[in-house]
Design a binder for this molecule. Sequence first.
Ligand code: UDX
Length: 444
Amino acid sequence: MKIAVVGVGYVGLVSGVCFSELGHQVVCVDKVAEKIERLQAGEAPIYELGLQPLIVDNLDQGRLSFTTNTADAVQGAELVIIAVGTPSLPNGQANLSYIEQAAVDIAESLSGYTVVVTKSTVPVGTNEKIREIIAARTREEFDVASVPEFLREGTAVMDTMNPDRIIIGTDSVRAADKLVQLHERLTANIVITDIRSAEMIKYASNAFLATKISFINEIANICEKVGADVTQVAHGMGFDKRIGSSFLKAGIGYGGSCFPKDTQALIQIAGQMDYDFKLLKSVVEVNRDQRFNVVRKLDLLLENMEDAVIGIWGLSFKPETDDVRDAPAVEIISALLERGVRVKAYDPVAADNFRKQFGKDGVEYCSEAADAARECDALCILTEWSEFQHISPAQIESWLKRPYLIDGRNIYTEEQLAETGLVYYSVGRPGMNQGLREPVPTLS
Ligand code: UDX
C-alpha cells in the first residue's frame, strides 16, 4: 500500500518506519529540513530503541523515503496519515493549527480515492473538521478516519509492532476495509468504531492511566503516614484482574509529552460542554504536587539548603528516552535553584536535551553518575534508569559528602541498603526509611 505520513515527530516517524517494515511503501514528510536531511542519511533524530536499524534497512530496501514536499508525498498515496503535533495552548486546550494546515496541504495534492487518517491525539470532532477543510478544497474522492496511536516512548517500535488493540474510527466501510488491510500483518484486536468514539478512546485511555498513577501515589503518601509499604500494596492489588498490576508504580508522578497534555485537553473538552471533570482535575493536581515530595524530604533532611550541593540522577521523564518534556526534574531542579542550591546532574542520554530546554544557570552537567554524586550533601534519583539500579547504595555512600539519598522511584531494596549508613527516603515505603528524624509512624 502507498502511504504518506505528514509530520515526523515520535508518532509519525515510528508509524511510518513500522509500516515500511510491514512491507508498505511509505513517504514521510516534515517541514523541518534539517530533520529530513538527517533521516535521509539514515540517522534517527530521537533516541528510541530499535528505530535506527529499521530506518536504515527500509531506506536501503527502497520502501521508506523522507521529503519536505507534501505534494510529492501525498500524490498517488492511498492513505495519508496525519501525525503532526497538537501541543497545549496556555489554557490547556489542544492547539489544532498544525492539523488544520496539514489538512489544507493534503487537500491540494490528493489524487484518486484516498483515506485521510488522523493519528495525532485530537479533540472529539476534529476529524469531521478535517473532512470539511479537505472537502472545501478538492473534488477528489476521500474518507477520513481516526486511528489513534498508543505507543510509549522507549518501547515505541515494540508497541507499534505488537499493539494491544487497533482502533479504527470511521463512517465509511470502504475506509475501514482499507485500514484493516493496512494492519493485516499485525496480530491485534481490531475495534471499529464511529469517528467521535475513536477520538475519545485515546483521551479516555490516557486519562485512565494517569488516574491509576495519581491514585497509587496518593496511596503511597498515606502509606508513609500509616507505616504500610506501597510496593506490597500495589503487588497485592494487582492480582485482581479487574485492577491489573501495571501503572501502579508509585514515584514522583507522570511526565512526558502525552499524559500532562492529554489530561489537560480532556478537562478542557469537558469544560467546553459545561461538564466539570472533577476527578481528572484532582489527578492533575495530585501529579503536580507529588514531584515536590522530593524537595520536601530534602527540606526535612538538610537544615539549610542554601549553598548545599545536591546531586540529581535522571533528567528524562522516564527511562529509555531522551525526552525531557514535562519531566519532574524540571520543576524539582527549579525549586532547588530557588533555594540557593548548587545542582550537579547526570542522565545517561537526556542531559543535552535538558540543558537546551531548561535554560537556567546553576546546574553542572556531569558525564558520569559518580561525578554527579561526589561530594554532594544529598543525592536524588528522579528516573529509574537501569544503570542506577546497578550501582550499589554502599558505593553511593562512599561518594557523598553527607549520606542523604532520596529515591524518587523506589529502585533500591532493603537488602541493598542494609549494609550502609545512608539516610534513605523513598516513596510510600516508610519501613525502609533509615536515619529519619521522624520515626516510622505507628497506629497506636
Ligand atoms: C503514554 C501512554 O502509555 C501511551 O499509550 C500513549 O500513546 C502516550 O503516553 P509515554 O508517555 O511514552 O506513553 O510513557 P509511559 O510509559 O506511559 O509513562 C508515562 C509517565 O508515567 C512516565 O513519567 C512514568 O514515569 C510514569 N509512570 C508510569 C509512573 O509514574 N508509574 C507507573 O506505574 C507507570
